[in-house]
Write a protein that binds this ligand. Structure first.
Ligand SMILES: Cc1ncc(C[n+]2csc(CCOP(=O)(O)OP(=O)(O)O)c2C)c(N)n1
Ligand code: SF4
Ligand SMILES: [Mg+2]
Length: 351
């Protein structure tokens, strides 16, 4: 694969985070996507989120499938672990990696084709198993890499660039994630960095399956009148339910909102999610109400964005399975290969 590396030169005045890294230290190679592709804006938001979280690059593993969206992990977090898997198979590879080493932060990056078409089963099972991860779908409503066929998230009645009508009902990834038990669910727009960066920060800090559906226009194949995933359409129909600030345990809290205007949620790692309410009655802690609200607003033609659900008491797959806290590569032979007597004991217990 050809790629262009970025020069390592940094401007001496670039702001540094608590680790002494600049934003540039969280970038990757130069993107080869089309100029103006929404996916590049999401990469920039991931870089910003990791920078603001003071994340140590070696503590994160980024995984993806196949598609323009799945190429993007090459363009951010160049010093982190990475695995580009097969089309639609990222969730099972991520699940396996997470089972072997729970100490890393797992970031899954996928497309609507990768996760709602060929990988729908994989997506569903990783969420229902409670895998501790931040899973971002860069949703453009088409298979961008293979030249713009409708994907499973294309809205019924939307039109392709050549004017063909889509008659199939769409899969709403957010509703699915809620139904399957995701404990942090957000929707955003690649063009709204102010909303997207804190959503990604909250997802990376969250324990449990965190899912973000990010609408990300494909400028080559799905940005025309008649598309419901174009920049213009999403800007006109975007309705945010809240605005999120993420405060890490060490940062001073300086929110100055009046009581009743905010909901505060403390996550397992001590980070505080401060949600400024935009829709007055919307409480993201209520999963059932969130599901009903989304259906109601979708019927009215709105694309609801923001942090749609968060469960502060969330658990993850390791809690359910009672797995070892020590990563397998550090357990040592005595524990990993306990010998014939231990195996005989297990077999006896199954008789
Ligand atoms: C098993 C398999 N089937 C089909 C393909 C062809 N293919 C490559 S990418 C892709 C769709 C990508 O769409 P999406 O995940 O939405 O990513 P985008 O390019 O839109 O970001 C398809 C069908 C493939 N690579 N592997
Ligand atoms: S084809 Fe579409 S999704 Fe792919 S890089 Fe170009 S604009 Fe982005
Ligand atoms: Mg796509």
């Amino acid at each position: 694969m050809t790629y262009i590396t970025k020069p390592r030169l940094h401007h001496p005045d670039l702001p540094k985070n608590a680790l002494g890294f600049t934003r540039r230290d969280y970038e990757g190679k130069v993107s080869t996507l089309c100029a103006g592709c929404g996916h590049d804006s999401i990469s920039a938001s991931i870089v910003q989120a990791a920078f603001e979280l003071d994340l140590e690059p070696h503590r994160l593993a980024k995984l993806s499938g196949i598609g323009c969206s799945s190429k993007t992990p090459d363009y951010f977090l160049g010093a982190s672990h990475g695995f580009n898997s097969v089309h639609g198979r990222m969730p099972s590879v991520l699940t396996g990696a997470n089972l072997a080493n729970r100490e890393l932060i797992y970031l899954g990056v996928s497309g609507d084709g990768d996760s709602a078409s060929i990988g729908l089963g994989q997506f569903a099972h990783s969420i229902r198993r409670g895998v501790n991860m931040a899973y971002i779908v860069e949703n453009n409503g088409v298979y961008g890499l293979t030249k713009g066929q409708f994907s499973a998230t294309s809205d019924k009645g939307s039109k392709s660039k050549k004017g063909v009508l889509n008659n199939d009902s769409p899969i709403d990834m957010v509703s699915l994630a809620l139904q399957l038990g995701a404990t942090y669910v957000g929707r955003s727009f690649s063009g709204d960095k102010a909303q997207l960066v804190p959503l990604i920060k909250g997802a990376l800090a969250h324990k449990g399956p965190a899912f973000i559906d990010c609408i990300s226009p494909c400028v080559a194949f799905n940005n025309h009148p008649g598309s419901t995933k174009s920049f213009d359409y999403v800007r006109e129909h975007n309705e945010a339910v809240n605005r999120l600030d993420v405060m890490m345990p060490r940062s001073p809290i300086h929110a100055t909102y009046a009581p009743g205007e905010v909901i505060e949620v403390v996550q397992h790692d001590g980070s505080t999610l401060t949600l400024r309410k935009v829709a007055a009655d919307y409480d993201p802690r209520d999963r059932i109400a969130a599901m009903a609200y989304l259906q109601e607003r979708a019927a009215a033609g709105e694309i609801v964005t923001g942090l749609l659900h968060v469960d502060p008491e969330s658990e993850d797959m390791h809690d359910y399975l009672g797995t070892t806290a020590v990563p397998l590569n550090r357990l040592g032979d005595a524990k990993l290969v306990p010998g014939a007597a231990a195996l005989a004991k297990i077999n006896d217990g199954l008789r």
